[in-house]
Design a binder for this molecule. Sequence first.
Ligand SMILES: Cc1cc2nc3c(=O)[nH]c(=O)nc-3n(C[C@H](O)[C@H](O)[C@H](O)COP(=O)(O)OP(=O)(O)OC[C@H]3O[C@@H](n4cnc5c(N)ncnc54)[C@H](O)[C@@H]3O)c2cc1C
Length: 321
Amino acid sequence: MSSTAPLNLPLLLEPAELEPLLGHPQLILADLCRPDNYQVAHLPGAIHLSPAETQEGLAPAPGFLPDRARLQQLADKLGLAEDKWLVVYDDEGGGWAGRLIWLLDSIGFQRYSYLNGGLIAWHQEGRPLTDQMPASAQSSSFPIQIRLQRMENVPDRVMDAAGALAYNSLVSVFLGIRGEVPPLSWLYVPELSFGEFNRISFPSNYTREGAPPGHASILAEITFRPGDPVGSWSDAETIRHVSDGLSRMGLLKPEDVVYTAISRQDYAYVIYDLDYQEHVGIVRTFCREQGIDLVGRFAEFEYLNMDACIRHAWDYAERSG
Ligand SMILES: Cc1cc2nc3c(=O)[nH]c(=O)nc-3n(C[C@H](O)[C@H](O)[C@H](O)COP(=O)(O)OP(=O)(O)OC[C@H]3O[C@@H](n4cnc5c(N)ncnc54)[C@H](O)[C@@H]3O)c2cc1C
């Protein structure tokens, strides 16, 4: 069906009303069935959401509303917009589908309907089902800017939006030293007179494997904006800068450094500036339209910690079968 008439559907939508609308450009279908059911049969074009994606997921009350950033991610994943109409269903009598409506209502999206009887009624009435995924099951877990550079015919406004996403880079300097380090896990160093490093930690206090045998260790992190001079220092300059600064702090004597290593991360920390929502929205919408599922901190361009990255990868595996 190719009609572009604006959709305005009742809250409770009958299967017979929905079937002629399948393929409508403004229609979005959200499937909250068990993942194994989704793989076998779902409404054509339906996007799968695992019930876990609708919950905050933290003990002791995992069912709380996810925070606003995650709700926005859900909305982005579904492709919700002012001209779209969402129809939700599940295979459990409506609990999960109704929950999604509640979540979306909390962020102001009210263009939704609930499919009366869900998957069960649809199936019993012999209406169309498919096992085909709505988009290609492509995922990307490396930085979104790099992903877009690898693609052809990306519109300028998408490249501009990706280029405007702000982030910090990082250089980590590891020093193995003779002697002792303080009995601390880490400390922040807001004092620029010591050096450019903003955080130091003591890996040998966590594990004996965190230093050369019989020695202690210090890890210094220098966080900076791409283009800052510190990013173009050589390894030797950077290590000397850190060693001298730690010496001024009384944490080591430069002659006691027995081992050095350096690691650089161009993409380390997402920065939420005032234009973040607009730019990230443009990029995510484009990727979704291309059938690319973004998974991970710099793929989604979201300040995700390790646990959230694992969870998102898990969710991706579930929804893509
Ligand atoms: C200094 C620091 C401390 C942190 N501490 C913690 C902590 O204590 N607890 C915590 O939970 N989280 C912590 N984090 C965050 C955590 O490390 C990240 O959230 C997590 O590693 C991100 O996982 P990811 O899979 O999204 O990305 P990554 O693990 O960065 O994986 C992205 C991968 O893409 C690859 N890649 C990049 N470009 C390309 C390309 N062109 N082609 C192919 N592959 C490419 C990269 O090599 C990398 O392997 C810390 C992060 C930093 C930087």
